[in-house]
Design a protein around this ligand. Structure first.
Ligand code: ACO
Length: 325
């Protein structure tokens, strides 16, 4: 019997502090930085983002999302035999956010590690978990995207600080005799490191370089639409499916114009596009599982629907996962 992996439950968590564009504009004005609700909505589609309190970490947000996913799946934390956290904002240099989160869930023994592929992190993590389940290395995995991007934003740079938010999303992925994950397609091209990065590091007890996010927005924009189209087509081809089989497109929630551009290139009606960037901003590796969970809980995504998940981000990294929910 062929062994597949299938999503058994989804969960998410947003920190309670909800910051509208107007709130952010007022805060930035006190620093002499000018922006407006109208500019942010027109260029990005973002209306609101959530920011975590200073003492809240990615593993805190991820653990809450994981608890909700376990509950939805009807799976006890003790049954989990693999934890992968996709994050670029881990709690500390080491150990991984996944190990810290494992302890918060009160379980021990199963492998736990982080995946660092920036905004593509969740599709990378899901693909790794799928492979490990298919080989029999795991039976029930928690795959989590969790970020506190507010920690790495330069609030004097209006071209980036208005775009990002904090949050977490999670799925329980379990072995099944029915597919599940149908195909995936992952890529990276390190020559584009400089267009989206946090170039600082820790050395000799000091921060070396600049530990805040830098982005060439137009370069990212141009690359993103092309690679998202290519990854979707490659994934469909691997699965022997076509665009017409996609019920819902869940791209990384970075910018409504990139998302709509991708849907149009795939000749998908905009009704099939899942949009949460308006309410969450760009939450990097958390954006896809957050959008998935919100849409499952609202009743939009139903069991049996075919979903195309697509990530793109720093690295440059990109990829897609096609699955029957
Ligand atoms: N408020 C008001 N004005 C602003 C702001 C702001 N927040 N930011 C920039 N502007 C101004 C600029 O200074 C510029 O003014 P000028 O014409 O007087 O020079 C003008 O608006 C236009 O700026 P552009 O950078 O040309 O604006 P653009 O239309 O390219 O939009 C944006 C910028 C939103 C960043 C866009 O390029 C984009 O979305 N890029 C993709 C970013 C993305 O998706 N990143 C996430 C990748 S995921 C990851 O891995 C983290």
């Amino acid at each position: 019997m062929t062994r597949y992996s299938r999503i058994a439950g989804t969960g998410s968590y947003l920190p309670p502090r909800r910051v509208t564009n107007a709130d952010l504009a007022a805060e930035l004005a006190t620093k002499g930085v000018e922006t407006s609700d109208q500019w942010i909505i027109e260029r990005t589609g973002i209306r609101v983002r959530h920011f975590a309190a200073p003492d809240v970490t990615s593993s805190d947000l991820g653990a809450q999302a994981a608890r909700h996913a376990l509950e939805a799946a009807g799976v006890a934390a003790s049954e989990i035999d693999l934890i992968i956290v996709a994050t670029s904002t881990p709690d500390m240099v080491f150990p991984s956010a996944a190990c810290i989160l494992q302890n918060k869930l009160g379980i021990a023994g199963c492998p736990a590690f982080d995946v660092q592929a920036v905004c593509s992190g969740f599709v990378y993590a899901l693909t790794i978990a799928d492979s490990m389940i298919k080989t029999g290395a795991a039976n029930k995995a928690l795959v989590i995207g969790a970020e506190v991007f507010s920690r790495i934003l330069d609030f004097k740079d209006r071209t980036t600080c208005v775009l990002f938010g904090d949050g977490a999303g999670a799925v329980v992925l379990e072995a099944s005799d029915q597919p599940g994950i149908l195909a995936s397609d992952l890529h990276a091209d390190g020559k584009h490191v400089g267009i989206l990065c946090v170039p600082g590091t820790v050395s000799g007890g000091q921060v070396l370089g600049d530990p805040l996010l830098k982005m060439d927005g137009q370069a990212v924009f141009k690359l993103a639409v092309g690679v998202l189209e290519d990854a979707a087509r490659a994934t469909l081809a691997k699965a022997g499916r076509t665009e017409a089989d996609i019920d819902w497109l869940i791209p990384h929630q970075a910018n409504i114009r990139i998302m709509q551009g991708t849907a149009k290139r795939l000749k998908l009606s905009l009704d099939k596009l899942i949009v949460t960037v308006d309410e969450h901003g760009n939450t990097s590796a958390a954006s896809i599982p957050l959008a998935l969970d919100v849409s499952v809980r609202s009743g939009k995504i139903k069991k049996g629907d075919t979903l195309m998940l697509e990530g793109v981000g720093g690295g440059f990294t990109w990829g897609a996962v096609l699955l029957d929910f």
